[in-house]
Design a protein around this ligand. Structure first.
Ligand code: AMP
Ligand code: MG
Length: 351
């Protein structure tokens, strides 16, 4: 299939600029587009055949449900039933934005889209290209991250092109996905509200609005186990992973730098290709391998925004071993560490 690539600038969106992409979605095709979290691969979420194409293009397991993107809060009533008060409270504060809510689905949402579940994941994105496209299409847009299953999520159109060129109808290049991490997922489908996936909307931010909320125990547990299955099916799969073997070093930062330098030298002497993930503060301290900074420790958001792009850059360099510092496990750091641990297959060296 020929993939059409179109470039749009958020600051400069012309009248009718979504016309062609909207037509593709209405006709059951696939369009990749930027959101404020990561790039999404969209299809009509109420059309089973269209939704099935997403799974096919990504190589996504069919039990991993899709998030449906809407253009206005009220649209959740067209997809869900028994919507609790908390959903409206959270929507009021965090939509449009990087928050996904799990609600009980109604009969219009096909099981193809929900991976067979009786619940549906819904988000109203803030990115103006995403919203403009959903509005113009006039359909609800199921859109998981626009990467091949298992690869790091795409934060640039180039990443999408690399994974999906020839497999989708259209890719909208709208520059950087600014936040760089997938949305926070909150389950409001019954029982106590629960965070199924940490993201840029933190636990404290949610608690400010609806009171006490817990993490799905699997999120805190780290490595997956047979006893505890995550409530978000997608969280059980190998994710975000670079091709090389990624290891996280944790502890006093000087000790971390020394240990990574030593390990990187050992692998280089062995003729391996080595990558080091540094921060602005430590970049100059690393002496071996290809060193890339993901952002500044003074600005956690920059680290979230840089993580996936760096993992992909090391793939391009065919790094066989990648070493990274770890990050504080609170607020946004919780989301960063959640993704980093998965990418590392939970390989952590504690110093
Ligand atoms: P992605 O859009 O690629 O970030 O993937 C969507 C994520 O949302 C996956 O981790 C899914 O497991 C999760 N998800 C989607 N729908 C549901 C649902 N109904 N219940 C629980 N998790 C869901
Ligand atoms: Mg994904």
């Amino acid at each position: 299939m020929d993939t059409k690539i179109i470039k749009l600038e958020i600051e400069n969106l012309a009248e009718g600029c979504f016309h062609e992409a909207a037509e593709v979605l209405r006709n059951g095709g696939l369009v990749a587009f930027p959101t404020e979290t990561v790039y999404g691969l969209g299809a009509n979420g109420l059309d089973e055949t269209a939704a099935a194409k997403i799974y096919q293009a990504k190589g996504r397991p069919s039990d991993n449900p899709l998030i449906i993107h809407i253009a206005k809060t009220q649209d959740m009533e067209s997809l869900a039933q028994e919507i609790p008060r908390e959903a409206y409270q959270l929507a009021e504060v965090f939509w449009p934005g990087p928050l996904t809510m799990i609600l009980r689905k109604n009969e219009f949402v096909p099981y193809q889209t929900t991976g067979g579940l009786d619940t549906v994941a819904i988000r109203l994105p803030a990115n103006q290209i995403a919203r403009g496209l959903i509005e113009a299409a006039g359909v609800f847009v199921a859109a998981p991250s626009a990467n091949l299953s298992g690869k790091p999520s795409p934060t640039l159109a180039q990443h999408v092109i690399c994974d999906l060129d020839g497999k989708v109808d259209m890719i909208i290049d709208g520059g950087h996905a600014t936040l760089g991490l997938e949305s926070t997922i909150v389950d409001l489908s019954g029982g106590e509200p629960m965070i199924l996936r940490p993201g840029c909307i933190t636990k404290a931010m949610l608690e400010n609005v609806i009171g006490k909320i817990e993490y799905d125990p699997v999120v805190l547990q780290g490595a997956p186990s047979l006893e505890l299955a995550p409530k978000a099916p997608g969280m059980k799969y190998r994710h975000y992973a670079p091709e090389g073997k990624l290891t996280i070093y944790e502890g006093d930062i000087q000790k971390v730098v020394d240990a990574i330098n030593q390990k990187a030298k050992e692998k280089l002497d062995n003729k391996n290709r080595v990558g080091v993930i540094a921060t602005d503060e430590t970049e100059a301290l690393y002496r071996y391998g290809t060193v890339k900074t993901i952002g500044s420790r003074k600005d956690e958001a920059s680290i979230a925004a840089g993580l996936y792009a760096v993992l992909r850059e090391f793939d391009e360099l065919h790094a066989e071993y990648i070493y990274t510092e770890s990050f504080a496990d609170n607020s946004l750091g919780q989301a960063i560490m959640n993704r980093l641990l998965k990418a590392a297959g939970y390989r952590v060296v504690k110093l």
